[in-house]
Design a protein around this ligand. Sequence first.
Ligand code: 0GY
Length: 311
Amino acid sequence: MNKPTSGDFTKTTGWLDWYDGPTKPRFQVPPGGVDAHCHVFGPGAQFPYAPERKYTPCDASKQQLYALRDHLGFARNVVVQATCHGADNRAMVDALVHSGGKARGVATVKRSISDAELQQLHAAGVRGVRFNFVKRLVDFTPKDELMEIAARIAPLGWHVVIYFEAVDLPELWDFFTALPTTVVVDHMGRPDVSKPVDGPEFELFVKFMREYPNVWSKVSCPERLSLKGPTALDGERAAYRDVVPFAKRIVENFPDRVLWGTDWPHPNLKDHMPDDGLLVDFIPHIATTPEQQQKLLVINPMRLYWPEESR
Ligand code: 0GY
C-alpha cells in the first residue's frame, strides 16, 4: 500500500510499524462532529481479549483513538464494543470515563446482567447495546435472549445496534421489526455493492428504513464494502467509489436517521489498512450538501448519544 504522510499523529501512535498513519482530510468536519463508530482494543495486558473471540486484534488504545479524533477534526466519539472483547465492556468503559465527556458507548451484554450493572454502564456513558449476527464474528445467541435484553434497555432510553449481512435480512426481518426501541444498523446492512443499488437486495434495506421510522443506519465502512478498494481516480482524493450510490441513497432518503464513523482501527481488514483521512474525504460524496453533512455528523449523533445537549 502507499504510505500516506501525516503530522504528529504518526509519531505518537506507534500503531503499526509499516503504516505511517492517516493523512489529513481535505473535507473539514463541521464543528462538534461525531465519529459514531470506532473501537478500542485492549491493551490486552490490561483488558484481556475474550476467550470466545474469533480474532485477536492489535492493541488499539484510547489515547490513539483520541489522537485520531483530533487529527481528523472530530469533537466526539461513539466507542462500539467489538466482538473480540465479548461481553466484557471494561476497555470500552475505560475509554469513555477517560474521554472528558467526549465519548459515549455501545456495549455488549448478556441476559445475566443485573439492573445495577446496567445503571453503572449508563453512568459511564453507554447508550446502546450491540447485537451481532455476522457469523464469522460471533456464535449464535438465541433471539429470545436478545429480545429480553432489548426490553430491559429500552426504558433506559438506549437503542439497539445491529450488525448483519444483507443476505440475512429476510430471515432477521421479523426479529428486527419487533425490537421495542431505536434500531441502528451498522454499515447499511453490508450490501453487496456489485449488485444494483435499485435491485431487490438493497430495495429490501430501503424498505426496512422506510417502513420502520425507528430504524437508523450508519453509512460507514466503504472500505469493507468496496470491491474496487481505495484507488483514487484522476489524482482526486476519491476512493471507494462503488459504495457511493448506496450510501448517498440512504443519506438522501433518510437524512435525519443516518450516522457516520471511521470504524478505526479497522479490524479484520486484511488487504489494506484504510487511510482514515481518505475515509473522511468520502463524506462529501455521500452527504453532498452542508445541511446533510450537519445532520450526519452533528445533529443526528448528538440526538442519539447526547440528547441532553441537543435542542
Ligand atoms: C466493525 C466490523 C467488524 C468487526 C466487528 O465487533 C467486531 O468485531 O464489528 C468486521 O469484522 O466486519 O464494525 O468493526
